[in-house]
Design a protein around this ligand. Structure first.
Ligand SMILES: C[S@@+](CC[C@H](N)C(=O)[O-])C[C@H]1O[C@@H](n2cnc3c(N)ncnc32)[C@H](O)[C@@H]1O
Length: 242
C-alpha cells in the first residue's frame, strides 16, 4: 500500500478496530506496513534488526520473513507470551539496558514503546548505542496530546488522566491497563524533536505522522497543532559515524 495514502490509512484503521478480536491480523498488517517504511531507507534482507519492546513479536517475525536477522527484546513475559510462543531466540530484556555490544544493529526498531518508559531519553540513547554508525533507528510513539494519548481511556484523558481512568472503569467494569506515571507517560512531540536535534550522535532523517494519509510530514512542523494532530510520531534517525 502506498504510504501515505487514504487507502493505507483506512486499512490500518480498520485493522486497529479488530485489535481485540483479531490481534494477529491487526499487528500483522501494522508489522508489514512498518517493515515497508524501514525498507524505504535501508534494505532489510540480510540486515541485523533489533526490535526493542516488541511485545509478542509480530514485527520481529515480519523482519525475519523479509530475510533479516531479527531479534526481539521484551521485558514483560506477559507481553512476550500474549499470542502464544514468542519468536525463537526472544530475549527477556529491558530497553534501558540491552544485552548487546555497541553498534550491533543495522536497524534498531521500536514501535509504540517510548510512551511506556519513564525516561524516554535514556531509552533512545540505548537504542542509538546498539546501532552501528550509519545504521537506522526507527522510533514510533503515541504522544500524550494525541486523541489516542490516553490509550484505552482516550480521548477522555483530555479532561485528566484520573478522570479518564475512572470513566473507563465505570463504562467497562474493568480497570484500565494503563496508569499515567506507572506504565504510560506524557511524551510530547516538540520536546522529543528538540532532544533529538540536540544530539550529536544521530541525524534526524524524517519526522512524520506514522498513520496520516496526507501532510504526514507537514503536520509535525507546526508547534501546538502537531501535539494534537500527529496522532503517532514516526522518527527515522541515522547514527552518525563515530
Ligand atoms: C504498546 S506495547 C507495544 C508492543 C509492540 N512494540 C507493538 O508495537 O505492538 C508497549 C511495549 O513496551 C514494552 N516496554 C515497556 N517498558 C519497556 C522498557 N523499559 N524496555 C523495553 N520495552 C518496554 C512493554 O512491555 C510492551 O511490550
Amino acid at each position: 500500500m502506498r504510504d501515505p495514502s487514504l487507502r493505507r490509512s483506512v486499512a490500518l484503521f480498520r485493522a486497529f478496530l479488530r485489535e481485540r478480536s483479531d490481534p494477529a491480523y491487526c499487528y500483522g498488517l501494522l508489522a508489514r506496513d512498518s517493515a515497508e517504511q524501514v525498507e524505504r531507507y535501508v534494505p532489510v534482507k540480510g540486515s541485523t534488526v533489533v526490535d526493542v519492546g516488541g511485545g509478542s513479536g509480530h514485527f520481529t517475525e515480519e523482519f525475519r520473513r523479509r530475510g533479516a536477522h531479527a531479534y526481539l527484546f521484551e521485558p514483560d513475559p506477559r507481553e512476550l507470551y500474549a499470542q502464544g510462543r514468542p519468536p525463537e531466540g526472544a530475549v527477556l530484556a529491558d530497553g534501558y539496558l540491552l544485552p548487546l555490544a555497541d553498534g550491533t544493529a543495522d536497524v534498531c526498531f521500536s514501535s509504540n514503546v517510548l510512551e511506556h518508559v519513564a525516561d524516554p531519553q535514556t531509552f533512545l540513547s540505548e537504542m542509538i548505542r546498539v546501532t552501528r554508525p550509519g545504521g537506522l533507528i526507527y522510533v514510533a510513539f503515541t504522544n500524550w496530546y494525541s486523541p489516542w494519548g490516553g490509550h484505552e481511556t482516550g480521548p477522555w484523558h483530555y479532561v485528566g488522566a484520573a478522570r479518564a481512568r475512572a470513566r473507563y472503569q465505570r463504562r467497562t467494569g474493568r480497570a484500565a491497563k494503563h496508569t499515567l506515571g506507572e506504565n504510560l507517560f506524557a511524551v510530547h512531540i516538540g520536546t522529543t524533536l528538540r532532544q533529538v536535534r540536540a544530539r550529536h550522535d544521530v541525524e534526524l532523517v524524517s519526522a512524520r505522522s506514522r498513520y496520516w494519509p496526507f501532510l504526514a510530514g507537514a503536520v509535525t512542523r507546526v508547534p501546538g497543532l502537531r501535539e494534537f494532530a500527529t496522532w503517532n510520531l514516526l522518527l527515522i534517525l541515522r547514527r552518525c559515524p563515530s
